[in-house]
Write a protein that binds this ligand. Structure first.
Ligand SMILES: [Zn+2]
Length: 375
């Protein structure tokens, strides 16, 4: 009985030792599994968060949707007045759809932060995000197409002057007055020249925004520097003239090659997401009610120093020939005397081609986009 008891106790001992060792081994295995599992989850969460903040660093898409309400009122008013729906409204609806889709992709995550517990769920959300991103890109392109393809009555030329104001601004304004023509100015910020900004507005021309400094390293560094460059100039112009510019031209154009060289490290293009920064800047412009304009006729006055007036005239007139709408790029700087010299012949030549003259406005929906190069 005793020996049996002794053997029984030894057996109990071994039995429990095996159980304990097995349990310890299992615990270690589970621990290791959890450690790697949660590291994987953390990596996925971090990459997802990065994508979200890249999509909406301002958290401003909701504001865009709110604006649709006032645009709708405006459209009702126009419908009553003119008996027709405005082209700008159609564009705005697409714009709002774009904002809505982006907003959905944000609130998808924000709305259920506690429920993202498993890698499977996170993967699902990431897929959903990718899907919505593709959708918003498609909407963005539809929007640009809709705006670019608005039908126009008659031939319209838009004279545009970038980089002012300058010692040539008044000369340009006097020539325009002489012909009774209105133009569009996209100046930068030059302090102490308030009277020139005022003269542009007082004489009935459109004033836009071409960034405060025009410095590539500042304008195209991050979404924040871009928005500051635009906002500070608009604010200055507003304080001087009472007009808050709502039209914009990218320094170098919207398909410029300066982004790649000047983007801050965290905004540099990757193979995965090319032109992330310019798409972000375009979103910011839309959200803040700006319409951006490129050009389809280049006067070539920026191609060198003292480009002969006749060359500028020839560039404009041959570039505009055959077009219904000509958005003409010229410059208003101290060095561009020959642009001013060329202006009377440009105006007369365009008139002879049957053009009338218009100014660019955010509401006209008559933008000629050069689409950002996505390839
Ligand atoms: Zn410029």
């Amino acid at each position: 009985m005793n020996s049996t008891d002794g053997a029984g106790r030894a057996f109990d001992h071994r039995f429990w030792r095996i159980i304990l060792l097995t349990a310890a081994a299992a615990a270690v295995a589970v621990g290791i599994f959890c450690m790697f599992g949660s590291a994987r989850l953390r990596t996925l969460t971090a990459s997802y968060d990065a994508k979200l903040s890249a999509a909406d660093p301002y958290g401003g898409y909701a504001a865009m949707i709110d604006r649709l309400g006032s645009l709708q009122d405006e459209n009702d008013r126009l419908t009553q007045l003119k008996g027709e729906k405005s082209a700008a409204y159609d564009a705005a609806v697409l714009n709002a759809e774009l904002a809505q889709a982006r907003y959905d992709s944000i609130s998808e995550k924000v709305g259920r932060p506690d429920s993202v517990n498993t890698t499977a769920e996170l993967r699902q959300l990431t897929e959903k995000y990718e899907q919505l991103s593709a959708q918003t890109d498609a909407l963005s392109i539809r929007y640009m197409d809709a705006v670019a393809s608005q039908p126009q009555d008659g031939k319209v030329a838009y004279l545009t002057f970038d980089d002012g104001v300058s010692s040539n601004t008044l000369r340009i304004l006097d020539i325009l007055d002489r012909y009774g023509i209105k133009a569009t100015f996209f100046p930068n910020w030059h302090s102490g020249r308030d009277e020139l900004y005022r003269a542009i507005v007082d004489r009935g021309h459109a004033i836009g925004n071409h960034t405060s400094t025009h410095e590539w390293s500042s304008v195209y560094s991050t979404p924040q520097t871009f928005s500051e460059e635009v906002s500070s100039l608009s604010q200055n112009i507003y304080e001087i003239t009472g007009v808050y510019p709502k039209i914009f031209r990218f320094p170098g154009g919207s398909n410029n090659t300066k982004y790649r060289a000047n983007a801050a490290e965290e905004w540099k293009d990757t193979d995965e997401e090319t032109f992330r920064l310019i798409r972000q800047d375009i979103s910011w412009l839309y959200i803040n009610g700006y319409m951006y304009f490129d050009w389809n006729v280049d006067s070539g006055d920026a191609s060198g120093h003292g480009v002969p007036a006749q060359t500028i005239i020839d560039n404009v007139l041959s570039g505009a020939a055959g077009k219904q709408r000509a958005i003409i790029l010229m410059h208003d700087t101290a060095a561009k005397d020959t642009t001013v010299d060329a202006l009377p012949a440009i105006i007369e030549g365009l008139k002879a081609q049957g053009f009338e003259f218009g100014v660019l406005t955010a509401e006209s929906g008559s933008s000629q986009f050069i689409k950002p190069r996505l390839d």
